[in-house]
Design a protein around this ligand. Structure first.
Ligand SMILES: Cc1cc2nc3c(=O)[nH]c(=O)nc-3n(C[C@H](O)[C@H](O)[C@H](O)COP(=O)(O)OP(=O)(O)OC[C@H]3O[C@@H](n4cnc5c(N)ncnc54)[C@H](O)[C@@H]3O)c2cc1C
Length: 410
């Protein structure tokens, strides 16, 4: 058999199901999300009516997100998220923010935990619910190992008691279910951490400061204060047996395995990259259409090479970002390890692309681009988050640098 005949099929064609899903999400983004974007950006509030509309059609639902997460090629989630964020990033994050908490439980939790808590992070029409993933703290952002929130086990009552303050939590304080990363053994740094499910209405959990932000303002971001929060033993994600085995391995000098927060972020990076691609594409399309219509010196501004070249670079980098994203999502779905930090590559490149492309879109719109009468100004503010959350661009470079050199780059 020739090499050609043995080679596995390679295709960038989306399956018919994924194309149908993409068009359906796109339609929702165009008709419901986009028209609401400016209003909720100004209001800086969770867009409950939009979530309700999305729940009614089945878009805001555990079924939809889980279906795309487990879609066989791996491209379901990135394709869906690109379309949602093409509609609007702030509303997009309000619609998808619960997924990070869901992934934290799905990737580390037991089947019982997945079955019990994930539905409570989404709810259904007329009864919308939210999830929040709380890892970052005022003094522990990039440095996840510096987390001070402490979880102490009480044998007598089979309860965990949590104390600490979480910063920057998407849906923090308004979520029904919070997933909190805490230290169970501070001497072990990030290796001594675990995640805990805080059920709805648990006493001692409250919202601290709600942050007023530069962009993605329709997404709620707040501190979460944990003051003697008591949760039953079964709320430890993955269960006590698994944690005890890990701590015992560490005590005998063995490897810890992956850290709870890191495992969540690794799985979610291509998804965040897809969000950035959606915002970049929205700005690119707007600027492209503007450049073909706006005339100066008696011709469309797009006829100037300076403008056309900018559009050429914008389109090229968006496609490159999407390909890196799809590759990472495909690898993750098919169990390929990110040996060159491919997840981080996708997030780094897509995040930086979104910032640059939205800035170029403002440039192409000139004065109009700088005003709130046109959406590219909002897109630019929104895009900046993609170089900050889920690991800053510098942290992604650190991870990639370590992976490609094999050196302990610091
Ligand atoms: C809108 C929003 C939503 C968020 N949602 C969530 C959420 O739902 N859950 C959650 O847990 N967190 C969330 N975060 C937190 C987010 O993940 C952190 O802000 C991010 O990880 C950076 O941490 P920091 O803000 O403390 O910055 P710092 O860690 O203080 O970093 C400041 C600067 O120093 C650089 N830096 C730090 N260390 C290094 C290094 N070793 N090498 C090179 N440069 C370095 C950084 O790249 C950055 O430029 C959110 C943040 C925002 C703004």
């Amino acid at each position: 058999m020739s090499e050609d005949q043995q080679a596995p099929a390679f295709s960038l064609d989306l399956s018919e199901d994924t194309r149908t899903m993409r068009d359906w999400v796109h339609d929702f983004a165009a008709t419901v999300i986009r028209p609401a974007a400016a209003e909720w950006d100004e209001r800086e509030e969770t867009p409950w009516p939009v979530l309700e509309e999305a729940a009614k059609v089945g878009l805001y639902s555990l079924d939809f997100f889980a279906g795309q997460w487990f879609e066989p090629t791996g491209l379901g989630t990135p394709v869906a998220f690109e379309e949602i964020f093409w509609g609007d990033a702030g509303i997009g994050l309000a619609l998808t923010g619960s997924c990070l908490a869901a992934v934290a439980v799905a990737s580390n939790g037991t089947n019982e935990q997945i079955g019990e808590w994930l539905p409570q992070m989404f709810g259904g029409p007329g009864d919308i619910k939210l999830g929040a993933f709380c890892s970052s703290e005022p003094d522990a952002g990039s440095d996840v190992g510096a987390i001070r929130t402490r979880a102490v086990y009480s044998e007598a009552t089979d309860e965990w008691v949590l104390n600490g303050t979480k910063a920057w939590a998407t849906n923090g304080g308004i979520a029904n279910v919070h997933v909190v990363v805490a230290s169970v053994d501070p001497d072990l740094g990030s290796r001594g951490q675990a995640s805990f499910i805080i059920p709805p209405g648990t006493r001692g959990l409250s919202q601290g400061q709600k942050f007023r932000k530069h962009g993605i303002r329709a997404s709620h971001t707040a501190e979460v204060v944990l003051d003697d929060v008591r949760v039953p033993g079964h709320c430890l994600v993955g269960g006590k047996e698994k944690l005890d085995a890990r701590l015992a391995r560490l005590a005998s000098g063995g490897a810890a395995g992956e850290q709870a927060a890191m495992k969540t972020f690794e799985a979610s990076r291509p998804t965040v990259a897809a969000m950035a691609v959606g915002v970049a594409r929205a700005a690119f399309e707007y600027a492209r259409d503007y450049a073909t219509q706006r005339e100066q010196f008696g011709k469309p501004i797009g006829q100037n090479q300076a403008v056309a070249y900018m559009l050429a670079d914008m389109g090229t980098s968006i496609d490159a970002a999407r390909l890196l994203t799809w590759r990472a999502a495909w690898m993750a779905r098919h169990g390929h390890k990110f040996t060159s930090a491919e997840g981080s590559m996708s997030k780094l490149f897509a995040g930086e692309t979104a910032v640059r492309v939205t800035e170029q879109a403002i440039q192409i719109l000139g004065g109009n681009g700088y005003t709130r009468e046109y959406p590219v100004e909002r897109m630019h503010r929104d895009a900046k988050i993609f170089t900050i959350f889920e690991g800053t661009s510098e942290i992604q470079r650190l991870i990639i640098g370590r992976a490609v050199t094999g050196l302990p780059v610091r």
